[in-house]
Design a protein around this ligand. Structure first.
Ligand code: MRU
Length: 343
């Protein structure tokens, strides 16, 4: 997507090829700051502390982290140690395990001296594939949005999204945002309701930043506003990303997604989940089996914005970071293979 007028990916190799540059998402949208990750430990910290985030981008960052570890020490012990450390950085997004296992399977048969270069090459391929998957999701989503807009051709297509499943959560285009960008570029008038997404405000800070950069009309709303907007006919479709879809089609995504799905169901608004195959977890039967990340209560007791962070309650807080939307509430899964009614 475009940043300062030029097309850029959210992760790229450093000029010497030995590390990667990522955007420090904790600083956005106030400061656009690229940081270099040069060791597996840097990648682990960047994922855990959410300098970088979003299921596919976590996977890509971890793949490079494993490559950096192997470039320093290609032994089996180093491989297994780095794989375990990176895997533990965040528990919920299955892309993390997928990417680490993919790199591991590539390098395991190789001599130690060749593993670093091979892992970097595999991580590069993971990034290229992520871009292609998102472009395919976007193309199928464009057809869907064209049909939805044709039902009310005299007004903009109003799409509601939660969290950030955009360029900043992937290598490029995003999953949930890919159809939005393609529809906008194709001349379909699309307007996005952006859930602010407390507690970390990925919608207000990141999705809004992205959409503004691409020139897509959008409005940030309080998380509690979506039900009212759906009930009053101001939402044509909800589209979200996901951190993991289980074998039965349950969808794990940012906390609050489930409430949007309930409101959508009650109001006859279609609820779409955009995902590449790397987010599908056939080995996990249902959403009840997914580990839900519990983050610090400080993310709830404090709000960060331009100029710093302020405390907004005098009490303690709990902070489950994800929830599970049951498959029965999902209208369709938008994948690189097309729109699927069931998984
Ligand atoms: O905690 P985060 O910000 O990493 O959560 C991210 C989300 O919930 C995204 O919507 C999800 O990973 C899909 S990203 C294409």
């Amino acid at each position: 997507m475009k940043l300062d007028g030029t097309h850029q990916r959210s992760i790229r190799r450093t000029s010497d090829g030995k590390g990667v540059c990522i955007l420090d998402q904790r600083e956005l949208p106030w400061t656009v700051k690229w940081v270099e990750l040069r060791h597996a430990h840097d990648a682990e910290v960047a994922i855990r502390e959410m300098w970088t985030r979003g299921a596919p981008l976590i996977g890509a960052t971890a793949a490079y982290g494993l490559a950096m570890a192997l470039a320093e020490d290609g032994s089996d012990a180093a491989l297994d140690r780095a794989h375990a450390q990176l895997l533990a950085a965040r528990p919920t997004a299955v892309n993390l395990k997928w990417a680490l296992d993919t790199v591991l399977a590539t390098v395991r048969p190789l001599p130690a001296a060749e593993r670093g270069a091979a892992a970097f090459a595999r991580a590069d391929a993971i990034c290229d594939e992520d871009v292609a998957l998102n472009q395919a999701i976007g193309a199928h989503g464009l057809a869907l949005f064209r049909d939805l807009h044709a039902k009310n051709p005299d007004r903009a297509l109003n799409v509601l999204t939660h969290c950030n499943a955009g360029w900043l959560a992937t290598v490029d285009y995003g999953t949930a945002t890919a159809p939005i960008y393609l529809a906008h570029d194709a001349g379909i008038p699309v307007h996005v309701w952006v859930d602010e997404t407390r507690p970390r405000n990925q919608g207000a800070l990141l999705t809004a930043f992205e959409l503004a950069g691409h020139g897509v009309p959008h409005t940030v709303i309080a998380d509690n506003a979506g039900g009212h907007l759906m009930m009053t006919g101001q939402v044509d479709a909800v589209i979200v990303g996901t951190d993991r879809v289980t074998a039965n089609g349950d969808v794990c995504n940012k906390i609050g997604t489930y409430l949007k799905a309930l409101a959508a169901k009650d109001n006859g608004v279609p609820f779409y989940v955009a995902l590449p195959y790397t987010t599908f977890d056939a080995a996990t039967a249902t959403g009840a089996d997914i580990p839900i990340e519990e983050r610090s209560g400080a993310e709830v007791t404090h709000v960060s914005g331009e100029g710093g962070s302020i405390r907004v309650t005098a009490s303690n807080a709990a902070n489950p970071a994800f929830d599970v939307t049951p498959a029965r509430l999902v209208t369709g899964y938008l994948t690189e293979r097309g729109l699927l009614a069931s998984i």
